[in-house]
Design a binder for this molecule. Sequence first.
Ligand SMILES: O=C(O)CCC(=O)C(=O)O
Ligand SMILES: [Fe+2]
Length: 216
Amino acid sequence: MESHLPNGTGPKAAAYVTAQPGVQRVPSPKLDLFVQKDFLDPVTCAILVELIDARRQPSTIADANGDPLYRTSETCYLDAIDPRVDGLERRIADFLGVDPIFGEPLQGQRYAVGQEFKAHTDYFEPMGADFLKYCAETGQRTWTAMLYLNTPDAGGATRFKAIDKIVQPETGKLLAWNNQRKDGTPNPSTIHHGMKVRAGTKYVVTKWFRERPWPQ
Ligand SMILES: O=C(O)CCC(=O)C(=O)O
Ligand SMILES: [Fe+2]
């Protein structure tokens, strides 16, 4: 398998993920977006749902834009000391070919009916007020890996509006994209929207990787 830089950056990053068994690459020249069904088994997904339910707090955002309904979900950090979380973090890093030292702690999100995360990008705006606060030490975000832990009864899809692609939430399905273009600049075509849940509850975990190691 082709290698790329250990933080997941560089022109070969997408080639590495494309070579993973069973992965689907969403065809688009605008961004590197991948879907892997059944990445995690339903029993482990259910355990993670329980961990999120036990720890959830209202979500926050960087570069707050004054819209209190921008991100209405609840969030928690999941502790890598828990062996089930640690195993998943290593599997995600292996899938992307990224060294786990570049990973932020795994984050869980819970969306009740009507909750959403409006259209946004996961990288930090280079000219934004919060850029230095979030990026001075560890650099920009490189890859996002997001795993659906359950299948909500209705709604809760993830929409990539720049490429007109909607991914439906499904227990165990992994979604991963490169937040950078091949030249290392942030890719605005990664803009995505965690759409409103219409019935039931939606649970996801998200893992972001950085250009430089995350302090352990
Ligand atoms: O829940 C979703 O579908 C998207 C979540 C998301 O974009 C994020 O947490 O950054
Ligand atoms: Fe996001």
